[in-house]
Design a binder for this molecule. Structure first.
Ligand code: NDP
Length: 283
């Protein structure tokens, strides 16, 4: 029987996951179709129920459904439960289990594409939304030295700090107001600066915007923009002008997708094929 994997979210028009996931299934000779199931919020319970069918291996879940899907599932991995967001669902004989592979995508992309280890690093994050939660979880797990989160809405930043306070233990985790960003010593002293906001994302009203200009970016930091479309974002252009090392979000996108692929199929993901297809889809 031919199988399917769904992509659930709304809207899905610009997603490139179908391109690189289908390339991976085809490359491995698996009879699986990766399908867009565009789902407005009100239809989410019915859509998730369809995943229980024997012909469905599972799903990727994206904006705005990553949190809302949780009560509709039967079980959660520890990581997904602690982050409070699911990006991958696996159908195990009609029972639905939720995972979060953004954590693996983030850590693997740094290791594989920047040869970067997180232990003992001082990290600054811009943004405190869904992906920032996965990044904070990863950073604390990897025993960084400190994490400072700047978010436009200060309350959301503080809420993130509260929910990870216990797992942070002795690692300082703070969320000063966004207005203090430019003068912050945490920014000037950081080893890794990660953009977790959607500033600079193509097809949005903010596509021309960078969270910081070249003069504000510490040149000795690794600057990582999780925005993957375009590949060279306004923030990465500014970071290059500042003389900093940079990493774009496409690598994380592909590595989180590879981890999802392995959960659905039990087969090692062809990461190089996926990366090549993702690049072609962006063009
Ligand atoms: P959310 O909607 O959950 O969070 C958006 C974040 O961006 C919030 O922190 C929000 O701040 C901030 N923001 C939005 N507009 C502005 C602005 N004008 N000025 C300052 N801050 C702003 O989205 P996600 O966390 O899920 O995703 C964020 C980005 O990360 C997206 O571009 C997405 O494509 C990318 N991403 C990349 C992945 C990858 O694999 N490379 C994986 C997942 C996401 P506030 O709270 O104040 O609204």
């Amino acid at each position: 029987m031919s199988k399917s994997v769904a992509l659930i979210g709304y809207p899905l028009k610009h997603s490139i996951s179908p391109a690189f996931q289908q390339a991976a299934f085809d490359h491995e000779g698996l009879d699986v179709r990766y399908e867009k199931w565009e789902t407005p919020e009100a239809e989410l319970p019915a859509t998730v129920d369809r995943l229980r069918h024997a012909s469905t291996l599972g799903a990727n879940v994206t904006i705005p459904c990553k949190e809302k899907v949780i009560p509709l599932l039967d079980e959660l991995s520890d990581t997904a439960a602690r982050i409070g967001a699911v990006n991958t669902v696996v159908n195990r004989g009609g029972s639905l289990m939720g995972f979060n592979t953004d954590v693996e995508g983030f850590v693997t992309s740094l290791q594989e594409d920047a040869d970067y280890r997180l232990r003992n690093r001082k990290v600054v994050l811009l943004g405190a939304g869904g992906v920032a939660r996965a990044v904070v979880f990863a950073l604390l797990n990897e025993e960084v030295t400190s994490v400072t989160v700047f978010n436009r809405s200060v309350e959301r930043g503080r809420a993130l700090v509260r929910s990870f306070a216990r797992s942070a233990g002795r690692i300082p985790l703070a969320a000063p107001p966004w207005t203090e960003l430019e003068t912050s010593s945490a920014l000037q002293d950081c080893d890794l600066l990660v953009n977790c906001t959607s500033l600079g994302m193509r097809f949005s009203a903010m596509e021309e915007e960078s969270p910081l200009s070249a003069g504000q970016i510490p040149k000795d930091a690794l600057v990582y923009d999780l925005v993957y479309n375009p590949e060279e974002t306004p923030f990465l252009k500014e970071a290059k002008k500042a003389g900093a090392e940079t990493l774009g979000g496409l690598s994380m996108l592909v590595h989180q997708g590879a981890a999802s692929f392995e959960l659905w199929t039990g087969t090692k993901a062809p990461v190089d094929i996926m990366l090549r297809s993702a690049r072609e889809a962006l063009r």
